[in-house]
Design a protein around this ligand. Structure first.
Ligand code: GUN
Length: 291
């Protein structure tokens, strides 16, 4: 039996379409949601992601401004740009694309963004709010997109054994909190690079969130038949048969689709959901700026 494929592109477009009426209401009040994206350096993958975010803004009618900075930029120069964007009332959302050059303290930059404009949901105040059980604010986009994907596919999370592979600040930790929250009620296990016996732990899981950043890491024989498998990985593998010279693959071996009940593809799964949630956060930040 083959798994049902969770089409993140289609689900993401549905979320974007649902935002249009809220954006129209804001425009009737003379306010156009406006996202500022800061990109530092010339990492090709980051440039692709930022272009995808700009295209999503175009589709939704959200204004976007892109600020390109050299990889030689200093922490102070980035902080100055963030400060300027914080003070600009016409900007409702600020995103600093990660990764930053290794000599820049990323947490320092993120925590300098006004929490009200932190559409990535990475600011310590927004993450702290989530830890306190408040899920109505600016949530990190990938975890929020995964939760939407589960909801839109009709998957019942209550009482399920959920295994999160990876403990990152951006995905692993926040998705663990979201899955364990009251009303979602999954029993969550967080695993990481030091976890022993991962294949056996995986086999117990009804729901797997693979966010470890290692190509084809989760093997088909680790999957419980019929499980829900969400693949968060986007790994670039060199492929000379492609014009680009690479192909994208996830953290889950694609043959897992023969065992799982549902699986999110890479590309076209969690990626478009993340972007749709960024659009949603930008609209929410704009609406909240009126209060
Ligand atoms: N780099 C990869 N994913 C993300 C994301 O969701 N937000 C930011 N700011 N940078 C990223």
């Amino acid at each position: 039996m083959s798994a049902t494929i969770l089409d993140g592109k289609e689900l993401g477009r549905t979320i974007e379409k649902d935002l249009i009426s809220r954006i129209d209401n804001l425009k009737k009040l003379g306010i156009s949601p406006h996202l500022a994206v800061v990109i530092v350096g010339d990492d090709p993958a980051s440039h692709v992601y930022v272009r995808n975010k700009e295209m999503a803004c175009n589709r939704c009618g959200i204004t976007s401004t892109r600020i390109d900075m050299s990889s030689k930029v200093t922490e102070i120069e980035i902080l100055e740009i963030v400060k300027k964007l914080n003070l600009d009332d016409s900007i409702h959302g600020i995103l600093v694309q990660s990764p930053l050059p290794s000599d820049i303290d990323e947490s320092l930059i993120i925590d300098a963004i006004s929490p009200n404009k932190d559409v990535d949901g990475f600011h310590k105040m927004n993450l702290g709010s989530l830890v306190q059980g408040n899920t109505s604010g600016l949530l990190p986009c990938t975890p929020a997109g995964i939760m939407k994907m589960l909801e839109m596919s009709g998957y019942q999370t209550s009482g399920k054994n959920a295994l999160v592979i990876g403990r990152s600040r951006i995905v692993g930790m926040p998705i663990s909190l979201l899955l364990a929250q009251r009303g979602i009620d999954s029993t969550v296990t967080i695993s990481h690079s030091r976890t022993k016996n991962l294949p056996n732990i995986c086999l117990q899981a009804d729901l797997i969130i693979a966010a470890i950043g290692s190509a084809d890491f989760v093997k088909p024989e680790w999957i419980k038949p019929g499980a829900m498998v969400i693949d968060v990985g986007i790994n670039r593998i060199s492929d000379s048969t492609r014009k680009s010279g690479y192909r994208l693959t996830g953290d889950v071996d694609p043959n897992a689709a023969n065992i799982a009940g549902w699986i999110s593809p890479v590309p076209g799964g969690v990626g478009p959901m993340t972007i749709a949630m960024l659009m949603s956060n930008t609209v929410l930040a704009t609406e909240q700026s009126l209060r």
